[in-house]
Design a protein around this ligand. Structure first.
Ligand code: 1HN
Length: 345
């Protein structure tokens, strides 16, 4: 390939004049911003063990009262991006949040989209847009852009969940901000009871166009049953996976990140092709190996890892006699909308 001219090749007075006029020559940086064949990725394969993270999160519960934190979170940061950037990938933020019995995380809304995957504990609830959502292990609860949300806890044990946000992207767009609000008035009705089965939807509940996000809670018992049914229906199906969708549109549940539940059959090795979006894997039940580029991680329940885009990932169920269930988040909706989505097979 043609070697391009370097900055040092230019006379200093020319460089100084450009600089004083806020001008920059492209050619010394062209290969950097447009590398050959494959993008440069800061996102490194990274693994976070729940066993090591949990005591530190509980310690945060002792060290920092909820009033001093608003949200008591340890961020799962990818060292490739620099820990201070609080990014798991280019577009994905991950955090483990702790809420103790009796605590209240006050109502606010913001531009980034969030979801919560409940990791442990019973008795906490998230109220989103007036809908009070119970939080149990494996449940997925949406907090889409602009909707009021607050967390409460009437139980007796610590509750922990995984927050997944598109914060890095929205921040990069200079579009990230929040507004604090009053405690919400809970309105009757629960979306997980309105959308109980695919293909049958409430007819008169509301005008379709009035709610951009009609379903806010996806119970793990339902997602798991869907996976088991899918697996039983077609024993030859390789990728036993469901997508969390908006039941009114059939599209992705949120606009920027995609969310999925994956079932690895007993003993299964599943090769996921190299695709452009980065991905996150979080084990809900079971154990697996995740082979990502040159790293092989062993994930047990509640462990999390991430993979850069444009890399194949191989997942192997370490359970010979039972399935392993995995929550997956990726950047597919973003890549598809922007027209940069690729599947390299
Ligand atoms: C947020 O609003 C929550 O509401 C959790 O629980 C994590 C990380 C960055 C920005 C906003 C929450 C967050 C967040």
């Amino acid at each position: 390939m043609n070697e391009l001219g370097r900055l040092e090749d230019l006379p200093q007075n020319y460089r100084d004049e450009l600089k004083s006029l806020n001008l920059v020559p492209l050619w010394p940086s062209l290969r950097g911003v447009l590398p050959p064949q494959v993008p440069t990725r800061q996102t490194q394969p990274t693994y976070w063990a729940y066993k090591t993270l949990r005591p530190l999160l509980l310690k945060a519960g002792e060290l920092t009262p909820i009033e001093k934190a608003e949200r008591r979170v340890l961020v799962l940061a990818n060292p490739g991006h620099g820990l201070d950037k609080m990014q798991a990938s280019a577009a994905i933020y991950l955090g483990m949040q702790l809420l103790l019995p009796g605590e209240w995380a006050p109502s606010h809304r913001h531009t980034p989209n969030a979801v919560r995957m409940i990791v442990e504990g019973e008795g906490a609830t998230t109220t989103v847009d007036g809908e009070k959502c119970p939080m149990s292990r494996g449940d997925l609860i949406l907090t889409p852009t602009g909707l009021w949300h607050e967390h409460g806890h009437d139980g007796t044990e610590p509750v922990v969940w995984l927050d997944v946000l598109d914060l890095p992207l929205v921040y990069y767009m200079e579009a990230s901000y929040h507004i604090n609000g009053q405690r919400q008035t809970v309105v009757p009705g629960r979306s997980d009871r309105q959308y109980t089965r695919a293909g049958v939807m409430p007819t008169y509940v509301f005008e379709r166009s009035k709610k951009a996000y009609p379903m806010l809670r996806y119970a793990w018992s339902d997602a798991k049953a869907a996976l088991e049914s899918l697996a039983a229906d077609d024993p030859s199906l390789e990728q036993v996976q469901v997508t969390y969708t908006n039941p009114e549109t059939g599209g992705d549940a949120e606009n920027i990140l995609g969310f999925y539940a994956l079932m690895l059959r007993p003993g299964q090795t599943l090769r996921l092709p190299a695709r452009s979006p980065a991905q996150v894997f979080h084990v809900i039940e079971g154990q697996m190996h995740a082979q990502i580029v040159n790293s092989t991680f062993t994930l047990v329940e509640a462990d999390t890892c991430c993979a850069p885009g444009y890399e194949a990932v191989t997942l192997r169920n370490l359970k010979a006699d039972s399935p392993t269930f995995v929550f997956v988040a990726d950047e597919s909706p973003l890549h598809r909308k922007l027209g940069v989505y690729e599947n390299w097979g």
